[in-house]
Ligand binder design. Structure first.
Ligand SMILES: CSC[C@H]1O[C@H](OP(=O)(O)O)[C@H](O)[C@@H]1O
Length: 357
């Protein structure tokens, strides 16, 4: 996406290093960080300098590249892969990307692995961009249909967390249809859930949409149901970290509550995902490992002080405990459709995709 007229991906190769945008500093600072080792990439994924299911898949792939430039024997390959997989458990894209790298690297002589790894990681990144563009086109058709239903109205879309270009290599998943519709001149507006505790909505989605000029309003997570009850939401589009073969959608904590409110108000609820986010090995969403992150992410908030400096403030009593599950699972029965690069599918029809994935 373009930032001040310069095109960026969220991750890219520069000589023998990998550059990322440090998303923990947005929206108040735009800083590129150069990653030189797989250990640094593990840190970047674990601390959410890079985050978002497709992006952490690509980041893990590049991390594996960095880890085998000096020594590329099987033991090193597996040790680096295991370290990267251990950084975050929920988004299936991370394990998928590592397994794809291993499948292509283990079958070639060690001497070829360092160069081939760069090529495979680049392919993973490039494919994500292509897939997200297709998601955008299919999703744009949904929005265009909503416009025909109410031509005089603005189509109001609610989204949760950040599933924009910052969550992918480029283009985004849930926001890909938003950008495609906006660029096509359709009149849309986005309700942006702030998405406590890490505030990916308030800090990342709002920033992305503002950079592109898309009309949007940041809301407290708990305001979504009220807006739906008052006819102010036409559709909900979210991303996902893992979709099971029966169509259960695992996404940022709070997504499930939005799906329930959407169902109660007859509002369509879509998950936009590239097919690498579908876990064909898993049937039940209840079996997905939900990442439990540091309770301090609930106890503290980060923001910009009146002096312009980033500050972190405590928002709960020091005597209080906090719990921080990072994701939840929306059962397939509350999901209207899954927007993929191969088309839009009901959860029941998802299995027809397996052979093509
Ligand atoms: C397009 S995947 C975006 C997905 O990833 C986010 O999780 P996190 O920011 O913790 O990596 C969130 O669940 C988004 O919907």
């Amino acid at each position: 996406m373009k930032i001040r007229d310069q095109h960026y991906r969220t991750i890219w190769r520069e000589q023998q290093t990998v550059c990322i945008i440090d998303q923990t500093l947005l929206p108040f600072a735009f800083q590129v960080v150069r990653i030189e080792t797989y250990v640094e990439m593990c840190h970047a994924i674990r601390t959410m300098q890079v985050r978002g299911a497709p992006l952490i898949g690509a980041a893990a792939a590049y991390g594996l590249v960095l880890g085998i430039q000096a020594v590329a024997d099987d033991d090193v390959l597996h040790a680096v892969a295991d370290a990267l997989i251990a950084t975050r458990p929920t988004a299936v894209n991370l394990r998928w990307a590592i397994q794809r790298m291993l499948a292509q690297l283990l079958v070639v002589p060690q001497a070829q692995r360092a160069i081939l790894a760069w090529e495979v990681a680049q392919s993973i990144a490039d494919e994500d961009v292509t897939q997200n563009h297709a998601i955008g086109q299919y999703g744009k058709a949904l929005i265009a249909h909503a416009v025909t239903v109410n031509p005089a109205q603005v189509v109001n879309i609610l989204t949760h967390c950040n599933a924009g270009w910052l969550a992918t290599v480029d283009g985004g998943t849930a926001l890909a249809p938003v950008y495609a519709a906006f660029d096509a001149g359709l009149h849309i507006h986005v309700w942006v859930d702030e998405t406590r505790p890490r505030n990916q909505g308030a800090s990342l989605t709002a920033w992305e949409l503002a950079q592109h000029g898309v009309p949007h309003t940041v809301i407290a997570d708990n305001a979504g149901g009220y807006l739906m009850q008052n006819g102010q939401v036409d559709m909900v589009i979210v991303g996902a970290d893992r979709v099971t073969r029966q169509g259960d959608v695992c996404n940022k904590i709070g997504t499930y509550l939005k799906a329930l409110a959407a169902a109660d108000n007859q509002i369509p609820f879509y998950a936009a995902v590239p097919t690498p986010t579908i876990d064909w090995q898993m049937v039940r969403g209840a079996d997905i490992e939900i990442e439990m992150r540091d309770a301090d992410e609930v106890a503290y908030m980060q923001g910009q002080g009146i002096d312009g400096r980033l500050q972190r403030v405590r928002v709960i009593p020091k005597e209080s405990q906090a719990l921080n599950p990072a994701f939840d699972v929306t059962p397939a029965k509350w999901v209207t459709g899954i927007i993929t690069e191969l088309g839009i599918f009901s959860p029941a029809d998802l299995l027809t995709l397996e052979a093509k994935s």
